[in-house]
Write a protein of this length. Structure first.
Length: 218
């Protein structure tokens, strides 16, 4: 994949651990991304519970530029306990290294000892302090968690825009702003889903998950 996208932003503390979201705010003026009707008909909005069920951890802070201490990477886009190890069969703290430890979860840093291929499949999520309407659903479809795609997506050559949207959602305090950024996220991913759908690519369901969508029959 492409080079790592670094945002260069100053360190920000924006802890947003929201177990119980407040009621959704009206946001019909928010931009509504669109999918071709024949493709949209194949999917339904996911629930916050479904988003969390696919996640390996909640993100609580935006990326900290240049931070190398694994403890300070917890809950950020650099958290290897969530997204998987950067080095083959090595955890973040150095306690375990080598294929003989495969599939062990480090009791210190929480990283599963496996290959960086895990970074292609492990999703995260962002808990929202305020429920938002699903930008691809109707007024009864609300979300209190936003899915975060695996690291390979936001670390890809085109991933910078994705990472900016995730960062804005994590740090968002304004309901309309969060809804707009999630709608923007869906707008970025819509053409990717259309391609994956039309070519029946193996990533189709993963990309749909990134837009908080599920196959309609499930
Ligand atoms: Zn460790």
């Amino acid at each position: 994949m492409g080079s790592l996208q670094r945002t260069g932003r100053a360190e920000r503390s924006c802890d947003s651990s929201a177990a119980r979201a407040r009621p959704a705010v009206e946001c019909w003026s928010v931009m509504r991304p669109s999918l071709p009707p024949n493709i949209a008909a194949e999917y339904r909005p996911a629930t916050g519970g479904e988003v969390r069920a696919e996640s390996f951890g909640a993100l609580k802070a935006a990326r900290v530029h240049g931070e190398s201490d694994w403890r300070r990477q917890r809950g950020t886009f650099d958290d290897q306990a969530i997204f998987g190890p950067r080095r083959r069969y090595a955890c973040a703290c150095g306690q375990y290294e080598g294929s003989q430890y495969a599939n062990i979860i480090c009791d210190i840093c929480g990283v599963k000892i496996t290959t960086p291929d895990a970074r292609r499949v492990r999703c995260a999520h962002i808990n929202l302090e305020v429920e938002i309407f699903h930008p691809l659903g109707n007024e009864k479809d609300r979300l209190n968690a936003v899915p975060v795609l695996p690291a390979r997506f936001f670390e890809a050559e085109n991933g910078g825009e994705l990472l900016s949207a995730y960062d804005a959602i994590i740090c968002g305090r304004d309901e309309r702003g969060v809804a707009e950024w999630f709608a923007r996220l869906c707008e970025i991913l819509s053409p990717v889903l259309v391609t994956a759908h039309c070519w029946d690519l193996s990533d189709r369901l993963l990309i749909a998950h990134g837009m908080a969508l599920r196959d309609r029959e499930k």
